[in-house]
Design a protein around this ligand. Structure first.
Ligand SMILES: [Zn+2]
Ligand SMILES: [Zn+2]
Length: 145
């Protein structure tokens, strides 16, 4: 994959790519933790730089739902969308609704050549729905706007 992306194969790059594959939608801190278990000497900055290089090369996709830190995934190029839990922040993949970008046709393109619609579905995940059913009075306040 790295060679296909015209990147030199280095141990930090391999370790970061493996971590992103193993932990879809992980944030930088979790990826750093996973990489550190493989390569104890790697620095935070090195992981950050590798993530930027892999993202620029299109091997990794960076997403940043509102209210979340940046997250990374290795599932690229299929224009899939995300569903995010308002309560706990859990993220899951949702296949592109029509199979190609832009999935959503603009009602007025304002003269722009549009190639992508960034779709994020918001709701409550099954675990949080189940927890709310068990404890109906504790699911008020934060995150349920
Ligand atoms: Zn949830
Ligand atoms: Zn995804």
């Amino acid at each position: 994959m790295l060679r296909g992306g015209a990147l030199r194969v280095t141990r930090p790059r391999l370790a970061v790519l493996a971590a992103v594959h193993a932990h879809p939608h992980a944030d930088t801190a979790s990826i750093f933790g996973a990489v550190r278990r493989e390569l104890p000497v790697v620095s935070h900055q090195a992981v950050y730089d590798v993530l930027a290089a892999l993202t620029a090369a299109g091997l990794v996709r960076r997403i940043e739902p509102a209210g979340s830190v940046a997250r990374y995934e290795a599932r690229v190029g299929d224009n899939h969308h995300h569903v995010v839990c308002r309560s706990c922040g859990a993220i899951a993949d949702v296949d592109c609704a029509v199979g190609e970008s832009p999935c959503l046709t603009a009602s007025d393109d304002r003269g722009f050549s549009i190639d992508e619609a960034e779709v994020t579905y918001w709701g409550v995940c099954p675990e949080c729905v189940a927890a709310a059913d068990r404890q109906p009075y504790e699911m008020t306040g934060e995150g349920r706007a």
